[in-house]
Structure formats: C-alpha cells, structure tokens
Design a protein around this ligand. Structure first.
Ligand SMILES: C[C@@]1(C(=O)O)OC[C@H]2O[C@@H](O)[C@H](O)[C@@H](O)[C@H]2O1
Length: 465
C-alpha cells in the first residue's frame, strides 16, 4: 500500500564523509581530520581530505537528488567549518556553504534535515579535553545557537547528535575512533557531557523559538538471546540496558535508567552531575527520535575476555560492536544471513526495534534516519547493478510499514546513503549509495540501478518497491 502523503522519502549523508575541502575557505580541523592522518588508524590510510568533494560539487549533487525525486535530505554540519576554533570567531565562508546548500535544496522542494554533530568535533576543543569537560557542552550550545540564527528561518527538522554509542563507544571504550581512549568510566562521563550539550541545545532551540522540531539520532539495535538459558537472557537484558536504555532514556524520559545509573556510580563514581543537570535533562525532551537501523545483534553471556569485532576478512569493522567482560558479547546467529562486514541482514529487527521504542517511550514521532547495505557493488558492463541493496531496502520498507500498521508514528525514511562516501574506518570500499563515485574518473558521479528503483518508490509513494 502507499505511505501517507506527508511521509518523507529521503536519504542521508554526513559532512566528514562527503564534503572534503577539509582545510579550505577558513575551515578549522576536526578530530577526524587529525586522527585519520595518524598511521594505521584507517583502512589503507583513507581520510576525508577530499572525500567525494561534495563541497565543490554541491549543485550537481542536489540536482541528482532532485532527479531521484528526494523529498528530504539529511546532512550534517561540520562544526569547525563554521567555528574553526570551536567557539568565538565565525567563518562566514563556512556559514555560506550550508546556506547555499539549504537554498538549493528548497529550490528543488527538498526538505532539509540537519544533524549538528556527526562525530567531527573541532580539534581545538579536543585539545581542551573534548567531551570529557563541561566547556565543550557550552561551546556546543554556542554552535547550535549560531546554526539556529543562520538557518532556523528555512530548516524545520533538527537533530543534535548522531549515534552517541558509536562516537563515545569507539572514542572511549574500544579506542578505534578519536580520541582513542580505552576507559569505560571516562566514556560514561563523556557521554553525560554529550547529554548535557544536547539539553542545552534543545533549551536554546525553545528559547529562540525556532519554528520546527528538534530530536536526537541513535542506533536502533534490538537484541536476541542466542539460547533461552538464564545467563544468555540476563546478558541480553544488560545489552538492552547499555545499548538502548542508557542512550535513549535521558533524551526521551529526561533521566538515566535508575538501576544502571546506581551500578555505574557504585562501580566508577560516574556520571558525576553538576548542579542543575537533573533539571536540564528533565526539562528538554525531544520532539522526535531518529532511528538508525542496520542490524540486530545476537547476545550471549561473556565470562571471558571481550573481543572487539573485525570482519571475517580481517578488515576493521567500523560499526563493529564491543562486549563488556562478565556482562555480554555479540555472536553470529546460526540462522543469520550476513553482509561482507558481518552485519546480520534482519528486516524483522526494524519492526521489532520500532515497536520496542514505542513500548518504552510512548507515542514519540520517529524518523528512520539511516538504513542501508554496506557492500562492494557488482559492476556489469559498466553499470552498477546493486540488486542486493534494492532487496535490502525493499525488505526494510516492508518492515517499516508493518510497524506503522501497528500504530508507530514513523514520519520519514532516510536510507544511508545518498551517495557512495567515505566509511570512517573502511575507506571507499564499503559502498552505501544510490549514486556511485568513480575514484578513477575524478570522482565522477554515476546513477546505480537502485537510483532508478528508489525514484519509482518515491513516485508511487511506496506502492511500488
Ligand atoms: C560504521 C558505519 C559504516 O561505515 O558501516 O555504520 C553505518 C553508517 O552509520 C553512520 O552513522 C555513519 O556516519 C556512516 O559512516 C556509516 O558508518
């Protein structure tokens, strides 16, 4: 059946992964500009210096979005492009890039959805302590206020952070993302500062009376116990508490899950609250939640050492999860079908995940802000025949429709990604886009088979898929 008339058929990207121009027109360096140049941090030493050069090809790319019939485009703003030092002096050339992008989108009737933070913290703020210090949360509020003042007249959909579990989890637990710390206690405190930064930005949004909605984007990751044993079922509950409740409760309920909070404070004396933090969290609930769904994880008890996943061909698995010794770890599901990067293809998990969020948080408006297949796409006679991606997306549109039929208020769908782009640790080999980028032909764009398939899905409002 067709989706509601006002349902938004979109696609997503992120600044560091598409823009390039990493030090052009006054832009400051982000922690990823610095980290990706350290030897051995990324697959084949790839980095975002050029990425797919969206900064210089924005008009061409938006014309392709319009040709596809995109109704909405989710992108992130590079904080150091606007505030090279993280706060203070504004780089007007940077402000203009996004203003032109927004005007071009609106001229093509494409609704912009902005993500303020998609992992690219200004290096200047990292040098002061990054997410571990409160001053970064205050700098984030200043950055958010700048964006609201410059773009709030034209942009109605805003999200503060993308996938905190990933940039905090890999930044402070596995160490595979910057700042390469391996200390769960510091991770919990940094995560708390991010929640405070979010609350300050929501408060500012309301005070400045920005016309629109503001939300938060999290990984949506339902968990299945491998066996019915008490150990595996308890491990699965712990995985839900850490991966879901800890990340969602503060922004949808306005407080941490009590039991886990008591445990982390008893164990590590974190998160440490400052006076007023409770009220900040309680009084700044999201208007919507953004859900990034790729896979479910199958859980077992984890009495032995934690294993940081890398995929079967030994490549770093940038989305790979981490276990916690004595608590839980993720394993392959014997019945599972997996991608080349060992992510289970399990569309039912999208239906189950949406209903899990509705069950725990009530009737919160939702956007599927990411969903896609990371793969090495087949090229046949010069055409990119990415049938596996079409199958993956079709099954997940079906799964989303099932959840909507059960009463979930899903308002839009943003496949990751509009265009092949830099995958943080996996370079350019792991493709997600509707549009191919030819790295042997000066980054020339080429429409994949899925480009035309999705164009028809949008034209028929999901009727044909
Ligand atoms: C780790 C990985 C991947 O490369 O597969 O997961 C899926 C997708 O999630 C997004 O939030 C990241 O910005 C994007 O780069 C992708 O990152």
């Amino acid at each position: 059946a067709a989706f509601p008339k006002d349902f938004l058929w979109g696609a997503a990207t992120a600044a560091y992964q598409v823009e390039g121009a990493h030090n052009e027109d006054g832009k400051g360096l982000s922690i990823w500009d610095v980290f990706s140049h350290l030897p051995g941090t990324t697959w084949q030493d790839t980095n975002g210096d050029v990425a797919v050069d969206h900064y210089h090809r924005m008009q061409e790319d938006v014309a392709l979005m319009a040709e596809m019939g995109l109704q909405s485009y989710r992108f992130s703003i590079s904080w150091p492009r606007l505030l090279p030092n993280g706060r203070g002096t504004v780089n007007e050339a940077g402000v203009k890039f996004y203003s032109d992008l927004i005007d071009t989108l609106l001229a093509h009737n494409i609704v912009p959805m902005i993500t303020l933070y998609h992992w690219d913290l200004p290096q200047a703020l990292q040098d002061e302590g990054g997410w571990e210090v409160r001053s970064t949360a205050h700098a984030f509020e200043e950055y958010a206020r700048l964006c609201y003042s410059r773009y709030g007249d034209r942009v109605k959909l805003w999200a503060t952070f993308n996938e905190t579990i990933v940039f905090i989890g890999h930044g402070y637990i596995t160490g595979s993302h910057p700042p390469s710390v391996r200390d769960p206690a510091r991770a919990v405190q940094a995560c708390h500062q991010v929640f405070i930064a979010h609350a300050l930005a929501v408060k500012a949004f309301r005070e400045m009376n920005v016309q629109g909605e503001i939300g938060f984007v999290n990984v949506l990751q339902p968990h299945t116990a491998l066996t019915n044993s008490p150990e595996d079922r308890i491990a699965t509950e712990i995985a839900d508490a850490i991966h879901t409740h800890w990340l969602y409760d503060p922004v949808l309920k306005g407080h941490y899950p009590e039991t886990l909070l008591a445990q982390t404070q008893a164990l590590w004396d974190v998160p440490r609250f400052e006076p007023g933090d409770d009220e900040l969290l309680r009084n700044n609930i999201c208007d919507f939640i953004g859900l990034n769904y790729y896979r479910r994880e199958t859980v077992v008890a984890n009495p032995d050492e934690t294993k940081t996943a890398s995929n079967h061909n030994g490549e770093p698995n940038s989305g790979a999860e981490f276990g916690f010794k004595d608590l839980f770890k993720f394993v392959r599901n014997p019945e599972g079908v997996y991608t080349d990067w060992d992510w289970e293809i399990w569309p039912q998990g999208l239906t189950d995940g949406i209903m899990m969020i509705k069950e725990r948080y009530g009737d919160i408006p939702m956007y599927i802000t990411e969903n896609g297949l990371g793969a090495k796409d087949p090229i046949i006679d010069g055409e990119i025949i990415d049938e596996p991606r079409i199958d993956y997306l079709r099954m997940h549109i079906d799964a989303m429709e099932k959840a909507m039929a059960q009463g979930a208020d899903v308002r839009g769908y943003y496949p990751w990604s509009f265009i092949d782009l830099l995958s943080w640790l996996n370079g350019y080999k792991k493709q997600y886009g509707f549009v191919y980028v030819d790295h042997q032909q000066n980054l020339a764009r080429k429409r994949k088979k899925s480009f035309f398939w999705y164009q028809n899905v949008i034209t028929t409002r999901g009727e044909q898929r």
